[in-house]
Design a protein around this ligand. Structure first.
Ligand code: 5GP
Length: 194
């Protein structure tokens, strides 16, 4: 997706060989026009799959997931990372190790919102080692729901998550796949969709 790649090149900051900061348009300040285009792109890629709900993880997955849900005309659920006073029981819960924060946390979704027979599209901002995606798949399995696919805004192709998910036969669609962050340069993989 050219618009996204341009944005990464102009406004992304390479913090190290493994971490890209995109606070200017995705992780802190949000570019709504870009998010709308991202939503359209995910909707186009998954429209024929009979998705019933979009599932993401707070907080950075919410913007792209919401725009996708808007395009597909279906609800969006975000797994919560923090304990909430109003979200106390009837929960599906999974453990997720955060690549950026380097801590394991519990993520939860109310059993009210995912049911057996749901066909979920999982959306997230980044794919690194796949921990967040596998946690959300775990929650879908607990609910007896299917996962039709995973939509990722930025996949770091040099980390193992994408391969691990595809090896399990899961359809992963990434809008930008980064090959390398070496020398403070973002290099994209050639094969990804434009
Ligand atoms: P994974 O669970 O696939 O190992 O990592 C994905 C999660 O970690 C995403 O939800 C995202 O929040 C965070 N993450 C992983 N790598 C990066 C990165 O390079 N930059 C930013 N901003 N977040 C990342």
């Amino acid at each position: 997706m050219d618009l996204l790649k341009k944005k990464i090149q102009t406004e992304g900051k390479v913090l190290s060989d493994t971490v890209l900061k995109v606070d200017a348009f995705l992780n802190h300040q949000i570019d709504p026009v870009l998010m709308q285009e991202i939503g359209k792109e995910f909707a186009n890629r998954f429209r024929e799959k009979g998705i019933t709900k979009v599932l993401t993880l707070e907080s950075s997955g919410i913007a792209p997931a919401t725009m996708t849900g808007l395009e597909l005309g279906i609800p969006v659920i975000f797994a919560r990372k923090r304990q909430s006073l109003t979200l106390t029981d009837h929960l599906y819960t999974a453990e997720v190790y955060s690549f950026t924060k380097q801590v394991t946390s519990k993520v939860s979704v109310s059993q009210d919102f995912i049911k057996q027979g749901d066909n979920l599209l999982i959306i997230d901002d980044f794919l690194a080692n796949g921990q967040a995606a596998f946690g959300l798949i775990d929650i879908a399995e607990q609910a007896g729901a299917d996962v039709a696919g995973i939509g990722i805004v930025i996949e770091k192709g040099f980390q193992k998550g994408g391969q691990a998910l595809r090896d399990k036969g899961i359809c992963v669609e990434s809008l930008a796949i980064i090959d390398s962050l070496a020398d403070h340069q973002v290099t994209f993989k050639e094969e990804d969709h434009n």
